[in-house]
Design a protein around this ligand. Structure first.
Ligand code: NDP
Ligand code: GDP
Length: 324
């Protein structure tokens, strides 16, 4: 019989790629969708992948425990992937309470719904390298202490530790994936890679003249979302639940990433990038660099797509979108 997955955040970047991955494996995929007054807008990523008709949508919200209990009861999932969150770091200073309610307490709600309604289900929590924040070690592994630097990261830390606590308290099969930044043509436009690839495409097509950026000296360990959703699934196929760092092991400045995108369309970034302090953050995460050796040894997982190929794929997708 087909296995069932319940995904919160199914309309997000990772939810879309994870759905595609699980559908190809023969899963029945159920996705929690929050109600919107607009029709047909929040499934645009699933439509881009051509899979929107293959998913069973369930109305619910991470802040509403009863909706999550109903979703688990109705779908009886073998695997629950909690990907839903207020996921944009910068917004977490503007909306710290909402970020806490969705990104932190939302995890408690999903864990409770799964444990009470379907204790045999396996659970995946979307933790984040942002939890390392002011890094305590030059290369971050599962053993590196955390030092969150934003309301978002503080909320993610709560979800991470609660996932571990449910594993230890109830023998619940709960895994936390500490994923470093991962991007794709489906990344939200507010995140730096997509902002840059979209900007490069618009300037190349004569639809804009320049792009305003924040701290271009920040460094990130960027991978491709398609690779990273495979790691989520692998974690839930192991005999024992555990936590894993998922990263490429290479770090690059925002400036270098901009260079790759702009050069691809024959533009000199010096002529088009302007720094606007509005895009700086009250507290910055200067550098992230992950050590994925545990994931490689235990899960047999490795990042397959390099940064250059990913940025080129994203610029090409944005060029195609703007030409339409
Ligand atoms: P996105 O921002 O693309 O997607 C977030 C999803 O959460 C959307 O489907 C959104 O729904 C949903 N959501 C937001 N609020 C609620 C709510 N109150 N109730 C129900 N659903 C809600 O994120 P990504 O796909 O990039 O990331 C997936 C997860 O992984 C997130 O938890 C993120 O914090 C985490 N993460 C991501 C990393 C990355 O680099 N991408 C790195 C590390 C962790 P809607 O479409 O309606 O807005
Ligand atoms: P984050 O790592 O989850 O915060 O992912 P982002 O893609 O939002 O930001 C990555 C890094 O790029 C951070 O250090 C930002 O400060 C930096 N950055 C520089 N300019 C910008 C910008 O214009 N937008 C965003 N989102 N980030 C920027």
């Amino acid at each position: 019989m087909a296995r069932t997955a319940l995904i919160t955040g199914v309309t997000g970047q990772d939810g879309a790629y994870l759905s595609q991955f699980l559908l190809e494996k023969g899963y029945r995929v159920c996705g929690l969708v929050r109600r919107s007054s607009h029709e047909g807008v929040n499934d645009h990523r699933l439509r881009w992948l051509g899979i929107e008709r293959d998913i069973e949508f369930i109305d619910g919200n991470l802040t509403d425990l009863s909706s999550l209990m109903r979703a688990v009861r109705a779908t009886k999932p073998d695997e629950v992937y909690n990907l839903g969150a207020q996921s944009f770091v910068k917004s977490s200073w503007q909306q710290p309470i909402l970020t806490g309610n969705v990104t932190a307490i939302g995890v408690a709600n999903v864990l409770e719904a799964a444990r009470l309604e379907n204790p045999e289900a396996r659970f995946y929590q979307a933790s984040s390298s942002e939890m390392y924040g002011l890094v305590q070690h030059p290369v971050q592994s599962e053993k590196t202490p955390f030092y969150p630097r934003s309301p978002y990261a503080v909320a993610k830390l709560y979800g991470h530790w609660l996932t571990i606590n449910y594993r230890e308290s109830y023998k619940f099969f709960a895994c936390s994936g500490i994923l470093f930044n991962h991007e794709s043509p489906l990344r939200g436009l507010e995140f730096v890679t997509r902002k840059v690839t979209d900007g490069a495409a618009r300037i190349a097509l004569g639809k804009a003249t320049h792009l305003e950026m924040g701290n271009v000296d920040a460094k990130r360990d960027w991978g491709h979302a398609r690779d990273y959703v495979r790691a989520m699934w692998l974690m839930l196929q192991m005999d024992e639940p555990d936590d894993y760092v998922i990263a490429t092991g290479r770090t690059t400045t925002v400036r270098q990433m901009i260079e790759i995108a702009f050069r691809h369309v024959g533009l000199d970034p010096e002529e088009h990038i302007r720094i606007n302090p509005e895009f700086l953050r009250p507290a910055e995460v200067d550098i992230l660099l992950g050590d994925p050796s545990k994931a490689k040894a235990v899960l047999g997982w490795e990042a397959e797509t390099g940064l250059e190929d990913m940025i080129v794929e994203m610029v090409d997708a944005d060029l195609a979108r703007h030409r339409k």
